[in-house]
Design a binder for this molecule. Structure first.
Ligand SMILES: [Zn+2]
Length: 466
């Protein structure tokens, strides 16, 4: 009797999370994400899943980012009829993210002369299968397999998953691990009871500056941008980063550390996500922030913040005279409303563009971060004359030392026989695996796409090559 773990996404790649766990009688998928970035492999996104979709009993989701949920509607369209489990906030967030993605994917597909990956009705069909599973509740989700979720402090509702078979053999997958401590979310919880552990490794080879410095650096960069006099653009990921930015801005304004410049939240998705942060914050944030919300009401709003939900409202922003801050998606400048503002303001040297997150290879954001003088944005060739402020430490991911700390905690009691490093660029996965081996004396493996490993209480071995 053994568990089998197969890597069908997120091996050697940051995005496209998809893992199959098989017991003696049941089969469970963990995450069903989409590969993102300009150079994604079309066959891996559009092609058939590399397993019999109809034979899967359940899908369990770690968190609502598109690279972890983006192919759920396709899975259902392809015949999956099991239940889909996720935390209550993840369910709400995933619905927004998936509905938002329908249009984006349709446009993307038509540019590549492909049919849409899925349509609105496939999202509806997927939502009919969702059942919520809260943190710290053991639940049988497939014949002979139970699941248990723990907080990972990555985004609202994010979880690691532990799957246990009837004999007590366990495999745990982290999903994405947060950059704890966050001002909003609880710290990641250690996983000390896995026979095999799959860890994310986005920042497996990089360090973030200390948390204590990141707020001061944001404040200083904002002051410089205010002094430069032009528009301040913050391409922000709608989920988590935008809410963190609003929270910090609201603190700066309350403390009178910045002049009262109008701030526009110009992203329908980010506006809706922020409303869900308001809804779930009082029960899913860290205790001191929950108290702050119960005391003060909204922690994301301030008097001169305008949310521009409709296209018409958005178009009024440029008529507002004087300096302004515009927060808009997408976070890597690869879509959404930010492209319009970047096209308009980046050729102006008084503009400041803030970069506050991971920029995937091939995205406009990555090219601007690397100092490109011209970038293609929203269909235009745009000269980049603006000041680019790269602010590190705002990532929602643990850095290389935090990841090592997570691995160390995982090894404290019941030592996993192996730690797999996944969901990173290959160099980051290798670097983290090497450090786990060198510093912690543990077996660490960089899995390949398509590999299957067999996990028992005594051993973990590869049983199928890619
Ligand atoms: Zn994530």
């Amino acid at each position: 009797m053994a568990l089998k773990l197969s890597f069908y996404g997120g091996a050697g790649k940051v995005t496209g999370s998809n893992f199959l766990v098989e017991g003696a009688r049941g089969k469970v998928l963990v995450d069903c994400g989409i590969e993102q970035g300009a150079d994604f492999a079309v066959a891996e996104v559009y092609g058939p899943f590399p397993y019999d979709v109809t034979a899967i009993d359940a899908l369990i989701i770690t968190h609502a980012h598109l690279d972890h949920v983006g192919r759920i509607p396709k899975l259902v369209k392809d015949g999956f009829r099991g239940k889909i489990y996720m935390t209550p906030p993840t369910k709400d967030l995933a619905e927004l993210i998936l509905r938002d993605s329908v249009n984006i994917l349709r446009q993307d597909a038509s540019r590549k002369h492909l049919p849409p990956l899925y349509e609105e009705q496939d999202v509806d069909a997927a939502f009919a299968l969702i059942e919520t599973l809260d943190y710290h509740v053991e639940k049988e989700i497939a014949p002979g397999l139970s699941a248990y979720l723990r907080n990972t402090g990555h985004i609202l509702g994010s979880a690691s998953v532990r799957i246990t078979d009837e004999e007590g053999t366990t495999v745990a997958l982290t999903g994405d691990l947060g950059n704890s401590p966050s001002p909003l979310l609880p710290d990641w919880e250690p996983v000390r009871d896995a026979d095999a552990l799959v860890m994310e490794s986005v920042y497996g080879d990089r360090l973030h500056p200390p948390q204590s410095e990141r707020v001061a650096k944001l404040r200083d960069a904002l002051k410089r941008a205010v002094a430069r006099g032009g528009t301040i653009l913050i391409p922000a990921f709608s989920l988590e980063r935008t809410q963190l930015m609003l929270y910090e801005l609201s603190n700066f304004f309350a403390a009178k550390e910045l002049p009262e410049i109008p701030v526009f939240l110009d992203s329908p998705l980010a506006i809706r996500v922020t409303a869900l942060y308001e809804k779930w914050g009082p029960t899913y944030f860290k205790p001191e922030t929950e108290d702050e919300m119960k005391r003060e009401g909204s922690i994301f709003e301030f008097p001169f913040l305008t949310q521009t939900l409709s296209r018409e409202e958005s178009m009024t922003i440029e008529k507002v005279p004087g300096q302004k801050i515009i927060i808009a998606g997408a976070g890597m400048s690869h879509g959404g409303r930010i492209g319009h503002w970047e096209t308009k303001y980046l050729p102006d040297p008084s503009t400041t563009l803030f970069m506050v997150g991971y920029q995937a290879p091939g995205t406009p954001g990555r090219r601007m971060m690397e100092g490109a003088s011209h970038v293609r944005l929203a269909g235009n060739d745009v000269a980049i004359k603006a000041k680019i402020e790269i602010l590190e430490g705002w990532s929602a991911h643990a850095d290389r030392d935090e990841l090592l700390k997570f691995a160390e905690a995982a090894l404290a009691d019941k030592r996993p026989k192996v730690i797999f490093t996944a969901l990173g660029e290959p160099s980051a996965e290798r670097f983290l695996a090497q450090r786990i081996h060198d510093y912690l004396g543990a077996r660490a493996v960089v899995p390949d796409y398509g590999q299957t490993w067999e996990i028992t209480k005594d051993s973990v071995k590869k049983v199928r090559e890619a």
